[in-house]
Design a protein around this ligand. Structure first.
Ligand SMILES: Nc1nc2c(c(=O)[nH]1)N[C@H]1C(S)=C(S)[C@@H](COP(=O)(O)O)O[C@H]1N2
Ligand SMILES: [Mo]
Length: 427
């Protein structure tokens, strides 16, 4: 997998090329391995358990407002059906984002579901016996809770996080929610491995893609229903580190974050982590949905006419735990805090400038660099001259990526990775 933001346009396959490549992989019998080494694939495929068919389903489905939890203005900026976390609200919160401050990205509205009625249905020609959509292999909430559980810390970050900076820093026009940097949160997720559930459902040798789908309402765009939110995942990623999560920071998943069960795809763009998952199609052929064709690819002059390959890993970013326009007393000692993260590895180095980018010094790191989550950092600062200035932070990750000064634009404003100029005033 080539890290986004560092790929030359020529190296980026367009949609047709991607589709052709997936079909070639499929015909060659290794379509499952997209982005994962063959050796890793063989390890992942080593164990295959017997199919378990469970009793019949019922699904509760009650609509609520776009977001159920309270959105106090000191913690959130409301953006349509979504809520962005304010970075100043993360000051002092520790490594994990508290559930009540975690950003929410809803295509429509949070459905209030009942775990007792909920069923996960697995179906498709990538399962042995080829269960149809109306005769799927099923798991109830208690069935999942009875399986071995795993816990891991991981961020969920919207592909469009930082989007507004394409406009405010680079003068580009982009479509989509005008997030600043608060469309990210880190939680401790507990659940079962998707791999365990797929194997119990009778994963067939020729399966290549899985497609989880949410139980929230159909998404209407430009007067046309695109159906319920769903996005294909290559089997290799599905078998690697993907969870079906039922707990977030030690509590049952909150309604807004996918109760009773969501998919959690570490390091990938947030859209992969389908909330309120109701069914998973397991396919012997590559799958497509609007969320890996018209959305969540890169379009624009720097990209192929059909768009880039579907987005996978997140890019690299940094943010200060400060409000825009925060004020600092001149001649006094302050400590600036922030966090940096990457979809390609841990963040191992952060440089900070307090003079608008003229001079830089290394920040002190407060977390061990770890893939899939952020590294907290700080720098002492004693400002002298009064007036407006910018604070800048530049991260370098363990994969050797470093935040650039300018992000290559794309029409939908995904994967902003440039150093953000944070305005402050010294008084
Ligand atoms: N079913 C469903 N899953 C979804 C979405 C959605 O609207 N419906 N939004 C996706 C997007 S775009 C993001 S960024 C994350 C946001 O997760 P959060 O709301 O828990 O922060 O959920 C993803 N999963
Ligand atoms: Mo997103």
């Amino acid at each position: 997998m080539t890290p986004p933001g560092t790929t030359s346009p020529a190296a980026r396959p367009d949609e047709t090329a991607y589709d052709r490549r997936r079909l070639r992989q499929w015909l060659a019998g290794d379509a499952r391995a997209d982005g994962v080494s063959r050796r890793r694939m063989l390890t992942l495929l080593a164990a295959t358990a017997a199919a378990t068919t469970l009793p019949a389903p019922r699904t509760a489905h009650a609509a609520a407002g776009p977001i159920v939890k309270p959105l106090p203005p000191e913690w959130f900026i409301q953006r349509g059906t979504n809520a962005e976390t304010r970075w100043e609200a993360l000051r002092g919160t520790g490594h994990h984002t508290p559930n009540d401050r975690f950003f929410v990205r809803n295509h429509t509205a949070t459905p209030v579901l009942d775990a007792g009625d909920w069923r996960l249905r697995l179906w498709g020609d990538g399962l042995r016996g080829t269960p149809a959509e109306d005769r799927p292999v099923e798991f109830g909430y208690d069935d999942l809770r009875a399986l071995p559980s795993v816990t891991r810390t991981a961020f969920v970050e919207c592909a469009g996080n930082g989007r507004s900076h394409y406009t405010t820093q680079q003068g580009e026009t982009v479509s989509g929610t005008a997030w600043t940097l608060g469309a990210i949160g880190v939680a401790r997720w507990r659940g079962v491995r998707l791999a365990d559930v797929l194997r119990r459902a009778g994963l067939a040798r020729h399966a290549v893609d899985v497609q989880p789908r949410g139980l929230d309402a159909e998404y209407v765009s430009g007067g046309e229903s695109l159906g319920r939110v769903r996005r294909p995942l290559p089997l290799a990623k599905a078998l690697d580190d993907v969870l079906l999560a039922y707990e977030m920071n030690g509590e049952p998943l909150p309604y807004d974050h996918g109760y009773p069960v969501r998919v959690l795809v570490p390091s990938w763009v947030g859209i992969a982590s389908i909330k309120w998952v109701g069914d998973i199609q397991v396919s012997a052929q590559p799958l497509f949905s609007p969320w890996n064709t018209q959305f969540y690819r890169l379009f624009g002059p720097a990209h192929p006419p059909e768009g880039s390959a579907p987005l996978t890993r997140q890019t690299l970013k940094s943010a200060f735990e400060l409000a825009d326009g925060a004020t600092f007393a001149a001649g006094r000692g302050h400590v600036l805090h922030g966090r940096s993260w990457s979809g390609a590895g841990g963040v191992a180095r952060v440089d900070v400038s307090t003079d608008g980018g003229t001079t830089w010094r290394r920040a002190n790191l407060h977390d061990r660099p770890r893939a899939g989550t952020w590294t907290r950092w700080s720098v002492p600062w004693r400002p002298t001259g009064r007036g407006a200035t910018h604070l800048l932070a530049r991260a370098t990750d363990t994969a050797g990526r470093r935040q650039p000064d300018v992000s290559v634009p794309n029409t939908q404003g995904y994967l902003f990775d440039a150093v953000v100029r944070h305005p402050v005033t010294v008084i």
